[in-house]
Design a protein around this ligand. Structure first.
Ligand code: S3P
Length: 173
């Protein structure tokens, strides 16, 4: 059976790190949509936003994510934080994958975003707390459509093991 496991959630929720650890444990291919966009554009996401704007990035994100979702291959796929808000992407994910919302607490998200300088939606002079809260308010209703929600604030290894335990109850791993 084809297994596509999607990790979604806010920036700083650990999608890439946990996706990598999980894919290794269950021996599936791993795709990270942001990394593929960067490779294809030969630019970091931050530069893509600066040079071409967010709309351009969102179009690329849609194209690349839909392409990966169409592969006839089992895999673990980590999305960028905004990808699941795209209607076409969301429809495909809800139709043919097992989706997992990584939902650490606000402090974890805030601390990780504060440390990072590679995220274009986080401006140096912004009120990070306020901006994240706004994004959360807008996005959580979408993220909550995922099949599983993981609210642990633990290590990637621990979270991967917990995901596997929960996945085993709903699919053949
Ligand atoms: C975005 C999150 C980023 C990246 C881009 C936009 C968002 O990915 O796709 O900067 O809209 O939340 P991460 O969630 O991996 O940081």
């Amino acid at each position: 059976m084809l297994k596509k496991i999607i990790l979604l959630g806010m920036m700083g929720s650990g999608k890439t790190t946990i996706g990598k650890a999980l894919s290794k444990k269950i021996q599936l291919d791993f795709y990270d949509t942001d990394q593929i966009i960067e490779k294809e554009c030969k630019l970091k996401i931050k530069r893509i936003f600066e040079k071409y704007g967010e709309q351009y990035f969102r179009k690329k994100e849609e194209k690349i994510t839909l392409k990966i979702l169409s592969y006839n291959k089992s895999s673990v796929i980590s999305l960028g934080g905004g990808a699941f808000l795209n209607k076409k992407i969301q429809k495909q994910i809800l139709k043919k994958t097992v989706s997992i919302w990584l939902k650490p607490n606000f402090k974890t998200i805030y601390d990780r975003c504060k440390k990072s300088n590679r995220r274009p939606l986080i401006k140096n002079n912004c009120d990070l707390k306020l901006d994240l809260k706004k994004l959360i308010k807008e996005r959580y209703p979408f993220y909550s459509k995922a099949n599983l929600t993981i609210t642990l604030n633990k290590t990637p290894k621990f979270i991967s093991m917990n995901i596997i335990k929960r996945l085993k109850k709903i699919i053949n791993l």
